[in-house]
Design a protein around this ligand. Structure first.
Ligand SMILES: NC(=O)c1ccc[n+]([C@@H]2O[C@H](COP(=O)([O-])OP(=O)(O)OC[C@H]3O[C@@H](n4cnc5c(N)ncnc54)[C@H](OP(=O)(O)O)[C@@H]3O)[C@@H](O)[C@H]2O)c1
Length: 289
């Protein structure tokens, strides 16, 4: 069978493609930048079909999904990316070959979350249900890799600026999320449900900067600023306003304790404990020095 991956050149999607190719699966990636896909995946080798597909082009999308049995989407949930995901669902629903669409979503996807990302994913799930798609979602908590967004500030000022000095999340390691996706894509007995994923234990952002301080051997402080100050800092740093808004609402959701739970899903699907934040910080420490 050929597995289609959309969002293949992103953080999670690229790991999924690499692991599928290493597992001798045939993979078709639908991308906007084929050169990037070749740079990432040619060194891996295997049965890879790179297709440059404008996701807003219904005919091109339908042609690219022809013969695909399983699809995986790992893209953003709001703005253009959210709308493109809806077009993808529509094309998938018309496919004669597709048996399952697996989509990367987020923990607590729902209409009443304070997080725009959670609201966006819920509305895409709603569209999938309306289309009666054969459908699975993977819903991870905030990634440990979110700290990488603060790497430049941490390197230069030894601070990380945010809003949520209270409220905890059992951060997920994106590498675990990719492994779960591969497990689900390859095993039809896992299809047709929603998987809530978390890391092993709840931590706050100040807990994370304390762990980073221990790993670095120098103090990194979590610094709280008012919402508007943080928005302006992010926009000045080149983050698009819509992404800045999404990140602010993520902090609100954390402050309100929306994420304060752990699940056993990674242990059940992968047969091992999820990676810890300490492991992530250790593996990515060069980004912070
Ligand atoms: N970050 C977190 O803490 C967190 C936690 C839980 C869930 N999630 C969910 O994880 C998902 C994001 O995964 P990720 O971090 O792997 O994403 P990512 O690194 O931002 O990758 C996004 C992918 O979408 C592609 N893309 C974006 N806009 C596109 C467009 N207009 N046309 C075609 N392709 C487009 C990108 O292509 P290019 O490579 O060409 O840019 C890239 O391959 C989101 O749904 C998010 O809600 C994130």
């Amino acid at each position: 069978m050929t597995i289609a991956v959309i969002g293949a050149t992103g953080r999670v999607g690229s790991l999924v493609v690499e692991q599928l190719l290493n597992g001798r699966e045939a993979v078709r990636v639908l991308v906007r930048d084929p050169d990037k896909a070749h740079r990432l995946f040619d060194p891996v080798g295997g049965d890879l079909d790179v297709r440059a597909v404008p996701l807003g082009d219904h005919g091109a999308l339908s042609a690219a999904l022809n013969g695909i049995r399983v699809g995986f989407i790992a893209m953003g949930s709001v703005g253009l990316e959210g709308n493109l995901q809806r077009l993808l669902l529509d094309a998938a629903a018309r496919s004669n070959s597709l048996e399952q669409l697996v989509r990367l979503s987020v923990l607590n996807a729902g209409p009443s979350s304070l997080g725009l990302n959670q609201q966006g994913h819920w509305s895409i799930d709603f569209a999938a249900e309306a289309l009666d798609l054969p459908y699975t979602t993977i819903r991870p908590s905030v990634f440990s890799a979110s700290v990488l967004a603060g790497a430049a500030e941490i390197r230069s000022e030894h601070t990380w600026t945010g809003l949520a000095d209270t409220g905890r999340v059992a951060l997920s390691d994106h590498r675990d999320v990719a492994e779960v996706a591969v497990r689900i894509l390859r095993d039809s007995t896992t299809w047709g449900t929603h998987y809530d994923l978390t890391g092993p234990r709840l931590v706050s952002w100040p807990d994370v900067t304390a762990l980073l301080s221990a790993e670095m051997g120098e103090t990194v402080e979590f610094r709280v600023v008012p919402d508007q100050t943080l928005v302006h800092r992010m926009i000045d740093a080149g983050i698009p306003p819509s992404k800045a808004e999404l990140l602010i609402t993520r902090e609100w959701a954390i402050l309100h304790g929306e994420n304060e739970r752990t699940t056993e899903t990674i242990r059940k699907l992968l047969g091992r404990r999820p990676r810890t934040v300490e492991t992530f910080l250790h593996d990515y420490i060069d980004n912070f020095r």
